[in-house]
Design a protein around this ligand. Sequence first.
Ligand code: BES
Ligand code: MN
Ligand code: ZN
Length: 490
Amino acid sequence: MKIELKPFSKQLSESELLVIFRFEGGEFYPTLDAAGLAKAPALKQAIAAKDIKGKPGAMSLLYLGEDSPTKRLLVIGVGKREKFRVEGLISAVSAAVWKAEKLGVSELTCYPLPLKDEGEAVKQTALAALLANYRFDRYLPKLAKKPRPSTLRILVGKATSALKTVVEQAAIVAKYQNFSRELINEPVNVMTPLEFASRVSKEAEEIGLQCEVHDEEWIHKKGMKLLWGVAKGSEEPPRLVVLRHNGGGKNAPWLGIVGKGVMFDTGGLSLKNTAGMLSMKADMGGGAATVGALLAAAALSVKKNIIGIVPAVINAIDGRAQNVSDIVQSFDGPSVEIVNTDAEGRLVLADGLSYARELGAETLIDICTLTGASVVALGMKVAALFTDDDNLRDIVLTGKETTAEVFWQLPLFDHYAEALKSTYAETKNSGGRWGGASTAAKFLEKFTDGKPWAHLDIAGKELLDKPWLCYRKGATAFGVRTLLHLIENR
Ligand code: BES
Ligand code: MN
Ligand code: ZN
């Protein structure tokens, strides 16, 4: 979808679909006078009949008559003005894009809803529209596919070069977040570790982002036995994807981001049931978010040094699959007793975190669909943050005002580590059910060597079973925006 900026005027312009908004309580945004709609008879009638509602999600479609250059008017309810935040803008813009698709119109025009300033409003409008317009439909017959709108016109005071830059940057973020969503949406019969690595390296090459892909032999020789232990249960060989963006120059510190890349999680010998497995093609969501954020940061020429690491594996049950009770030596950390092969994410992340340190990362972030326990605690719309670093905490928690990704902090108290005590090795890989999100975090902490670290458990947020914000059913690539926010603000 092309995004154009157009100066607004009181004169209605040539458009198939104009979108305006109404707050609960009656206020239109923009005012009908400013929008050139004060005299539109169809609108007057609808208002008099009390047909136009301001409740979030309410939509009224009006036809403005043969003489009007604007054919259709869509009024979208955006709720109470005092409660209005970025989520309200995202939902309203997405509703408009999806309505345009349903109507079969190729172009729509809208006003940016009020945020802290016009730049922020334009950025969020463009991003929401581009993310809403994404659809995973490559396996559907052509006939079943409605064409999607191809142009969004955003009406602004003045189409300055600063605003144009804002739109270009939003398009970059959306491009790579949608790229990540495609990686997640593809099922594992397509999205193997090899396919993941090859799509990522091709994309990285296009923008000159440094990308190294290590194969199973390298992983084995290097002694990443935790990663290897998970990988060997699948016929499909693993890959370790390493992305490096050196935008901060020689002396700037490196931020290391490690994303869980379990392309499919059967649970291994601790096998999941069918219902539990159904969403597990998205168990590489953290890895997809990591590559999306690095690609975007590189394309935006962010002046920071970042390493992105994705251990890409399938947790399956081939004849060589690891057993419950196996004891495995980590790459740089404790020996691990595998008491549950379904606690595989922390194993591949452990070696990934150690490798990030070896490559010189001074601050560590990991992002992963790690525990069902975090979904039980926080639900499908809030992700879990674990950190002892006040600066990282503040960046992640306050990010929601621009990222619309909400995190809530869960504890890292030392006593959670007691559940990980093993008789035969230095640690177990699972501390059981109680406090499962925190005991998983304590396991990962053992591989950070005291470096500043934040652990983002995004389980349940990567694959939706119904639309939410700007996402249709399917992959979100939740975390791309938070990681970018971290990269820019750390
Ligand atoms: N990938 C799952 C976690 C998950 C669950 C993600 C639901 C998204 C939705 C992870 O590998 C896993 O299986 N975790 C186990 C850990 C347990 C065996 C200690 C879990 O949460 O049940
Ligand atoms: Mn698992
Ligand atoms: Zn998993």
